[in-house]
Design a protein around this ligand. Structure first.
Ligand SMILES: [Zn+2]
Length: 1117
């Protein structure tokens, strides 16, 4: 006993508990009247002595603990149980005394008092000692009395309502026990008895949270019962209404219950409006939210959504939400309303006749069962956009969060791990005879080179492109950086100062027209005309377009400067204006130009100085041999002028984590979308750009933006003006496919300065995007470029990415999970009049850029550098796939030196198999420049290794603006197991190179394929390890020998120590089933390269090291 000290007021309670305990021990022998008296006294004490109650129940007080301990001690003698607590004893005593109603009631009162205060701890003790079960048994026993005592049931349910939410198994216990129906019957019989109703409803609410209970209660008519209780605005019984709504909401999570409630949708909407109108002081937000909660759950089913639309739910929730907007505390109502409206927004097809790619490339062989055959053999009449059966499929889970996605990823990863040990062992059989591989010998001249005819004084003559190079690789004489006078591109010339001549023959604010070699590539079944002369004329007043014919650029260099003019001087900007070759400006032109103000004056930046490895003239020359399916005849300005890496790190927009949540910008966008349905007459719906129409010339109806993407890597298919300053944009599918849209690159002009435009790319496919986490779009302004800032900049505001109401049929989705599309929306206010702006998903890097870059790279060659450019093969689209060899020249022709030269280990690098991952090309660009550079490290690397590099595995995809595939409509990085020379030539021949090397025992030391990752941050590698895969799968370790060289970890480890952007934690060396046909896995398994990697670079920034957010880093740029 430790109770004597300090709590005299409790002694009486203790005494009473002691007596009660004694009674328990003596069982039925005692007169129930004594028990009643004792409990009544306890109750009286608790109820009357405020001080006592406070002492017993206040949190942190030792009073209650002392009592409990004391009574615990007393109860230890009872039934041999040492730790039986007092509450249990109380219940037990009441259980044994059901005949004495007053005793039980007294104890229930006591429990109600005790459990009301003190929080979950006391209830937890109660639950853990089996209190719930005893109470539920009491319910059953009491129900057998007829009629059950109302007061008894009231008190019993009050206790249950307190205990239930803290007992995870409460619902199951109640169902098994039969208490569920007792409560329901009690409700049915006492609908007017509000006093009894409340505790019963509270208990019912707890029951309903269990899904099995919810179904069972629904069958028992509880859904209808709830609709009898809830009603229009009234100040009475609001707590009853609140509980009924919450109970109903819980019940409606079951689909069968939701079906029962469909007929009540108009009622719910009516009640909601009634509360909205009358609850002017917003005292009953929870009731209003409860009504919305019910609607939210009913509209999870197709019939519910239909009922909601039929009952004019969209307009009702839209209007009420708008009225709620000014009051911040009503945000939860707006959010739930917006969620319901989004869900119920009728699914619609994209504004296209078919989602098949607008361009078709006729393949020489179309394998039956392949994706292309499947795509084009769909039966006539199959509407690939959307069909009725899909129209109202049950709503998918909303609000995917990044966490959930990563969770899914990880989960999928685990399921995906290769468990077939035979597929993890090296594939021994070399399926191809050496004779067949021997033709690849010519790509490895360095392995047999003896340099006997090599001129060491003039090495460039000795090593050049191999004879395999096509015409397009003929040397082009271009002005080099050194040949031009130095200029300061950022400083505009002063008044009267003669500007320096610029290396470009002409510049026009739209695009540069190039007369292409028309060699009749028969494969092109589509050709598209330029958006039209009207568009061009509109662009920049007073600036004539200068078409570049084939001779133009070559005549460049010094010659082009002859026609330079004195620049006109205008207020607000001083710049040089260049006439094109042979183009003289008329007086009218000048006059017009002066009128048109700031935008009309151009100063061509000397990009050669800013970008030593960029050359606009060379670009134009190179583009002539680039073959595109749409037969692009234009060059986009950013590709022509080049991109200077940002001088400062990019900023990431600050966004709250987990954005599909209703942040104000997102909400505004959603409401604007819903308005389309509410006020259809306000929608312009004017097509301003459409590749599906032969001549996509658009009559300018005044003030519409002009769009274009008919240039390399461009992929805008359609633009629809929906409001004065809002446009829906549809991206083209990858050629010969009907999906894979995420990458975008297009041009906008004709903008009004200072007006915020909203752009919606409405057919994105991924379920979430870094655009929800602060990533911005990239924009390139030609006005900025010609003012000396030729660069892509992160821009755009109110950027959101969310599931929209556009959908495709399951047939069209081709087994793809998601049928819904996503909108990527951003707002943009333009700064310059008469500007031409480009928008892109990520820094564009075209195939022509690569060709130009490779050409410029040769300038970096020193006599000590060995650089060879070969053409590995031609692509399906008629582009050549370059192969580079970089190493150091031998120091002499001595035997030793030649021997060392030939025996250097090989490092094999490749990149850009996925066209949308442009950052892979930028990383490759950095790699090449480093390897060709003069640093001591580059020197020693060249002296130690032979680098074989395929810098662009998918030129056709890049050229045609694809996101993922090649012209065969397939992901080339899933073709490495059995590449077809006809369908996947670049993969087939790259693999052959590796097979050749394996056959001559010269398999590379390292293989690495560069990729870009759209969701993960930083740079990291995927490698292959038998051991780590086996560990992941729990295959018995004894089932295979686990001798594995840990060498595969060395390179990533070194990178993580050296490179701040590299994350070892993100690396994985597990072989997944879904990746078995990728370069990394096939090169590891079939070629036997232990260090075979995929290197992923983030598209969206780093979260570690010195590049940590909130800033981005352009990797390799
Ligand atoms: Zn990739």
């Amino acid at each position: 006993m430790t109770t004597e000290k300090g709590i005299p007021s409790n002694s009486r309670v203790l005494m009473l508990f002691g007596q009660l305990e004694k009674l328990n021990r003596e069982s039925m022998l005692v007169d129930p009247e004594i028990a009643r008296q004792i409990t009544a006294k306890v109750l009286h004490l608790i109820q009357t002595q405020e001080k006592t109650r406070k002492e017993i129940m206040s949190k942190g007080s030792s009073g209650m603990e002392v009592i409990l301990a004391t009574l615990e001690h007393l109860s230890s003698k009872y039934g041999g149980c040492v730790t039986r607590p007092v509450l249990y004893s109380l219940v037990q005593s009441c259980e044994r005394n059901t005949q004495d109603l007053q005793t039980i009631l007294n104890i229930l009162y006591i429990l109600n008092e005790l459990l009301t205060v003190g929080g979950g701890r006391r209830i937890g003790v109660f639950v853990s000692k089996g209190g719930t079960g005893i109470l539920l048994q009491l319910v059953i026993r009491a129900s057998k009395e007829s009629p059950p005592s109302e007061e008894f049931m009231l008190q019993l349910h009050s206790v249950l309502a307190k205990v239930g939410p803290k007992d995870r198994k409460f619902g199951v216990k109640a169902r098994l026990n039969g208490a569920l129906n007792v409560t329901v019957n009690l409700l049915k019989q006492n609908l007017q008895n509000h006093k009894l109703l409340l505790p019963c409803l509270l208990v019912l609410q707890v029951y309903s949270s269990n899904t099995v209970n919810a179904v069972s209660l629904g069958k028992n008519g509880v859904v209808e019962l709830m609709f009898k209780i809830i009603g229009p605005y009234s100040k009475k019984n609001t707590s009853l209404l609140k509980v009924s709504l919450d109970t109903l909401g819980a019940l409606l999570k079951s689909k069968t219950n939701a079906q029962r409630a469909v007929v009540h949708v108009p009622v719910l909407l009516y009640i909601y409006q009634d509360w909205h109108r009358n609850d002017t002081r917003h005292r009953h937000i929870l009731i209003r939210k409860g009504i919305l909660g019910c609607l939210k759950n009913i509209t999870n089913i197709k019939l519910g959504r239909k009922a909601f639309i039929d009952a004019d739910g969209m307009r009702i929730l839209y209007n009420t939400s708008n009225e709620c907007l000014p009051v911040r505390t009503l945000d939860p109502l707006i959010n739930t309303s917006s969620l319901i409206m989004r869900k119920c927004f009728p699914k619609n097809r994209l504004p296209l006749s078919t989602i098949k790619s607008v361009f078709h490339h006729q393949l020489l062989c179309v394998p039956a069962g392949g994706p292309v055959a499947q795509l084009y053999n769909q039966p006539l009449g199959v509407d690939d956009v959307v069909d009725e059966s899909d129209n109202y499929e049950d709503a998918e889970a909303e609000n995917d969060t990044e966490n959930e996605m990563e969770e899914k990823d990880r989960h999928a990863g685990n399921d995906d791990v290769e468990t077939d040990i035979n597929k993890l062992r090296p594939k021994e059989t070399h399926s191809r005879p050496f004779e067949e591989l021997k033709i690849y010998e010519r790509f490895f001249m360095e392995l047999s080179e003896d340099f006997q005819v090599f001129n060491f004084d003039n090495p460039k003559r000795g090593v050049t492109a191999t004879p395999a190079a096509p015409k397009s690789h003929r040397p082009i004489i271009v002005p080099t950086t050194q040949a031009l006078p130095p200029k300061n591109p950022t400083a505009a010339p002063l008044q009267g100062e003669c500007p320096h001549p610029a290396p470009v023959p002409a510049l026009d604010l739209d695009t540069i027209n190039i007369t292409k070699d028309q060699d009749g590539c028969g494969d092109h079944t589509h050709s598209r005309s330029h958006p039209g002369a009207g568009l061009e004329q509109e662009l920049v007043q007073g600036l004539e377009r200068v078409a570049l014919d084939g001779a133009g650029p070559q005549a460049g260099g010094g010659g082009v400067n002859k026609h330079n003019r004195q620049p006109p001087i205008l207020a607000g900007g001083v710049a040089a204006r260049l006439g094109g070759e042979g183009e003289e400006m008329s007086a009218e032109d000048w006059a017009e130009e002066e009128e048109s103000g700031e935008g009309a004056v151009l100063h061509v930046p000397d990009t050669a100085l800013l970008l030593p490895l960029h050359d606009p003239d060379l670009y134009v020359e190179m583009v002539k041999s680039t073959r595109s399916v749409p037969q692009f005849s234009e060059v986009a300005y950013p590709d022509y002028l080049g991109h200077v890496a940002p001088t400062s790190r990019e900023h990431i927009l600050e966004r709250v984590y987990g954005v599909q949540s209703p942040l104000p910008p997102f909400r505004t966008k959603i409401f604007q979308d819903i308005e389309r349905l509410i006020h259809p007459n306000d929608i312009l719906d004017k097509v301003v750009y459409d590749l599906d129409i032969q001549s996509c010339t658009v009559v300018d109806g005044g003030g519409s933006l002009k769009f274009n993407s008919q240039f390399e890597s461009g992929n805008l298919r359609k633009a629809v003006q929906v409001r004065k300053f809002e446009y829906d944009l549809v991206l083209n599918s990858d050629i010969n496919s009907n999906h894979y849209h995420q990458w975008f690159y297009f041009e906008v002009s004709g903008m009004r300065v200072g007006s915020p435009y909203r752009f919606n790319i409405i057919n994105c496919e991924k379920s979430n995007s870094q655009f929800n986490y602060g990533m911005q779009v990239l924009m390139y302004s030609v006005q900025e470029a010609i003012s000396g800032r030729p660069r892509w900049v992160r821009t755009g505001t109110d950027i959101c990415y969310y599931k929209n109401h556009f959908s495709r049929s399951s047939i069209a989705a081709g087994g793809q999970k998601g049928k819904s599309y996503y909108t990527m929306t951003f707002s943009m206010t333009f700064n310059h009049k008469d500007d031409v702006c480009y928008f892109a998903y990520h820094y564009p890097y075209t195939y022509t850029t690569l060709k130009m870059h490779l050409q410029k790279l040769e300038a970096l060659r020193t006599p000590q550098t060995y650089l060879r450019k070969d053409v590995l093969c031609e692509t399906l689209g008629g582009n050549s796939c370059p192969l580079l060899t970089i190493t150091a020249m031998p120091e002499s022709t001595s035997n030793d030196q030649i021997c060392q030269f030939r025996n250097r280990p090989l490092v094999f690098l490749s990149s850009r198999v996925h066209p949308g991952e442009t950052n892979a090309s930028w990383v490759m660009k950095g790699t090449l420049e480093f390897l060709m550079g003069s640093s001591p490290l580059a020197h020693s690397l060249r002296e130690a290794y032979i680098f074989k590099i395929v810098p662009m595995l998918n030129p056709d995809g890049v050229v045609n603006g694809n996101h993922r595939c090649s012209l065969s409509g397939e992901d080339l990085n899933r073709q490495w197991q059995n590449p077809s020379p006809e369908l996947h030539p670049t993969i087939y021949h790259t693999k052959s190179l590796l097979q050749y090397l394996a056959a001559i025992q010269r398999a590379p030391l390292v293989f690495c394929d560069y990729h870009g990752h759209s969701r993960k941050k930083n740079v990291f590698m995927y490698g292959c390890s038998l051991k780590e895969t086996v560990w992941e799968t729990n295959i018995s370790a004894t089932s295979c020998e686990l001798h594995e060289d840990l060498g595969y970890r060395t390179l990533p480890k070194i990178l993580s120590q050296m490179a701040p952007a590299f994350s070892m934690a993100s690396c994985s060396f597990v072989v997944e089933r879904s990746k078995e046909a990728t370069a990394r896995v096939v090169v590891w398994r079939e070629i036997g390269v232990k260090r075979s990697y995929t290197m992923e670079s983030t598209l969206c920034g780093c979260d570690q090291g010195k590049y940590k957010q909130p800033e981005y880093v352009l990797v390799g740029g």
